[in-house]
Ligand binder design. Structure first.
Ligand code: NDP
Length: 237
C-alpha cells in the first residue's frame, strides 16, 4: 500500500549516527520515514528497530556515490509512496581528520567531493519529482558542518571542510532554483556530535545533533530557505 496521507521523510545514511536519530525523531513525530543506507543488512536493521517500536519505517538501499543506486532508490520510493515532504542529505564521510592542505591527497579530495557534494546534488535532482508532489511544500535539508563556514574556517580537515563549504553552495543554488516551486533548501551545522565520525569526546549526544534538522523538517516556517542553521538560529556562512 502506498503512503498517501502521512508526511514522508527520506534520510540518507540513516543506519547509524545522526541520520538514524533523525529518522527516529521524525518517526516519533508521525512521519513515515524512509531509511536509506548503502549496506542492506545495516539499513534493514535500523528500519526494523523503529518498526519494532511501533513506528513507520521503510528501508531503501541508496549509495550516494552511485548514480544507478540513486536512480533505483528513486524508483523503489515511487512504489511505496506517492509524495515526498522532506529529503535529508545526511550521509557523509570524513577521511582527513588531522590532515593538512599542504599535503592534501587529491584522491581523498575526490572522494570527499563525490560523497559530500556530488551525492547530495544527484539525490536532489532525482527525488525532485517526488518533492514536487508534497502538499505542504517540499523541504530539503543538507547536513553540513561548522567547519564549512568561510567566516570561521581553520586549517582542520581540508578535504572534508572544502566539501562541506561546497555543499553550502549547493544549498544556495537549489534554494534559488526551487523557490518558485515552494521547496525550501537549508544547510545545518549539527555541532560536534558523539557518533563514529564525531568520536567519543564530542560534547553533544545524537539527540541534540538531530534537533535542528528535525525542527527544519517538521516545524520551521516554509518561508525559511537558503540559510545556514545551528541550534535553530541562522548563522553566517
Ligand atoms: P557517521 O560516520 O556516524 O555516519 C555516517 C553515515 O553516512 C553512515 O550511515 C554511513 O553509512 C553513511 N554513508 C557514508 N558514505 C555513504 C555513501 N556513499 N552512501 C550512503 N551512505 C553513506 O557520521 P555522523 O552521523 O556523525 O554524520 C552524519 C552527518 O553529519 C555527516 O554528513 C557529517 O558530515 C555531519 N556532521 C557530523 C558531525 C559530528 O560531530 N558527528 C559534525 C558536523 C557534521 P555506512 O554505515 O555504510 O558507512
Amino acid at each position: 500500500m502506498k503512503t498517501e496521507h502521512q508526511r514522508t521523510a527520506l534520510i540518507t545514511g540513516a543506519n547509524r549516527g545522526i541520520g538514524k536519530e533523525i529518522a527516529r525523531q521524525l518517526a516519533q513525530r508521525g512521519f513515515a520515514v524512509f531509511i536509506c543506507a548503502r549496506d542492506i543488512m545495516k539499513g534493514r536493521e535500523a528500519a526494523e528497530e523503529l518498526c519494532q517500536a511501533g513506528l513507520e519505517a521503510t528501508f531503501i538501499q541508496l549509495d550516494v556515490t552511485d548514480p544507478v543506486s540513486i536512480r533505483t532508490a528513486c524508483g523503489t520510493f515511487s512504489q511505496k509512496a506517492d509524495h515526498l515532504d522532506v529529503l535529508i542529505n545526511n550521509a557523509g564521510i570524513l577521511e582527513d581528520h588531522g590532515g593538512n592542505i599542504l599535503e592534501l591527497n587529491p584522491e581523498m579530495l575526490d572522494r570527499a567531493l563525490k560523497a559530500n557534494v556530488r551525492g547530495p546534488i544527484m539525490v536532489i535532482q532525482d527525488f525532485l519529482q517526488h518533492l514536487q508532489k508534497s502538499k505542504t511544500g517540499g523541504r530539503i535539508i543538507n547536513v553540513s558542518s561548522g567547519v564549512s563556514s568561510l567566516a570561521r574556517m581553520t586549517t582542520y580537515a581540508p578535504a572534508y571542510s572544502i566539501s562541506k563549504t561546497a555543499l553550502n553552495a549547493v544549498t544556495k543554488q537549489f534554494a534559488g532554483a526551487l523557490k518558485e516551486h515552494n521547496i525550501t533548501v537549508n544547510s545545518v551545522d549539527p555541532g560536534w556530535v558523539r557518533t563514529d565520525m564525531g568520536g567519543p569526546s564530542a560534547n553533544r549526544p545524537v539527540e541534540k545533533g538531530a534537533e535542528t534538522i528535525v525542527w527544519l523538517a517538521a516545524d520551521a516556517p516554509q518561508s525559511e530557505t537558503g540559510k545556514f542553521w545551528h541550534d535553530k538560529q541562522e548563522v553566517a556562512w
